[in-house]
Write a new protein. Structure first.
Length: 276
């Protein structure tokens, strides 16, 4: 594939992702009933799957499959197919389900397109903020929304010392895991400026890209939780990884400005953030 064809493919994937994320975001925002019912449970009663969650993934998969029938899928709500084109879509139709259930604004639709296993396009739609974050590999990270004048290119904020860094994290819904995560956060808190817990990994990664955070970490993220946000953060100048020398994984995801990333990753390793 020539560079021109690669660029055209990435742009095509981005535009499809943007349309799918926008339409799913509208469905979730406008279709949310006041008496939202729980359709099933995930790993515990705290972590729920809603009928709207399932409907949003169906909308996304159906739209993309109609445009690109040879592509594969990996979705939080069960969409899984290998495809034949070398392109796989990694979809979280509703990241921040509990926020959504409670009427909190920090939830998102996250869609990434991978080519041969590498994310090349990503979109995170945050309907209640009116913000859309997007990126293509090598093309920078961008955002539109009421806080920005038109479309703005993103860049992470200048790196403070770790002691002055604002760090975001999240907690698992398995009781034993979250208890350990709380202990890690307790030990980390005196060593940084402060800790935030927003409830959507994709939103946290985009906020890092937008300069609203200095770093982010979480144990237990799945590929659909981080795929689009990870690309957006990297294209805005952040470093991302997992344990020392490793890529982001279910064990640990770390993302931060360049000066914060190394010290934060080292500290999390010392605190055993990736295991009980």
């Amino acid at each position: 594939m020539t560079d021109l064809h690669r660029t055209e493919l990435h742009r095509e994937l981005l535009e499809i992702a943007r349309e799918a994320a926008r339409r799913a975001g509208e469905l979730l925002r406008d279709g949310r009933p006041d008496d939202l019912e729980v359709a099933a449970t995930k790993s515990s009663p705290i972590d729920v799957v809603t009928e709207m969650d399932i409907a949003a993934e169906k909308l996304i998969v159906d739209l993309i499959a109609a445009r690109r029938p040879g592509d594969g899928f990996l979705g939080e709500e069960g969409a899984s197919s290998a495809g034949t084109s070398g392109v796989r879509w990694v979809v979280d139709p509703l990241d921040g389900t509990v926020n959504y259930l409670y009427g909190l604004p920090s939830w998102s639709v996250s869609i990434a397109a991978e080519v041969d296993g590498e994310a090349v396009a990503g979109v995170v739609e945050i309907p209640m903020r009116g913000e859309t974050f997007h990126a293509v590999s090598g093309g920078g990270a961008w955002v539109t929304g009421p806080s920005w004048e038109g479309e703005r290119r993103l860049a992470v904020r200048p790196s403070p010392s770790l002691e002055q860094a604002l760090i975001a994290t999240g907690f698992n819904y398995v009781t034993t895991v979250r208890a350990h995560q709380a202990e890690v956060a307790r030990e980390l808190l005196p060593l940084v400026r402060d800790i935030r817990r927003g409830g959507s990994a994709a939103v946290d990664l985009c906020d890092l890209a937008a300069g609203r955070l200095d770093g982010y970490y979480e144990r237990g993220l799945h590929p659909w939780d981080r795929a689009a946000g990870d690309l957006i953060a990297r294209e805005a100048g952040a470093l991302t990884g997992g344990r020392a020398g490793a890529r982001p994984s279910d064990d640990l995801t770390v993302a931060a400005t360049q000066g914060v990333f190394g010290p934060l990753q080292e500290l999390l390793e010392r605190l055993g953030a990736w295991h009980d």
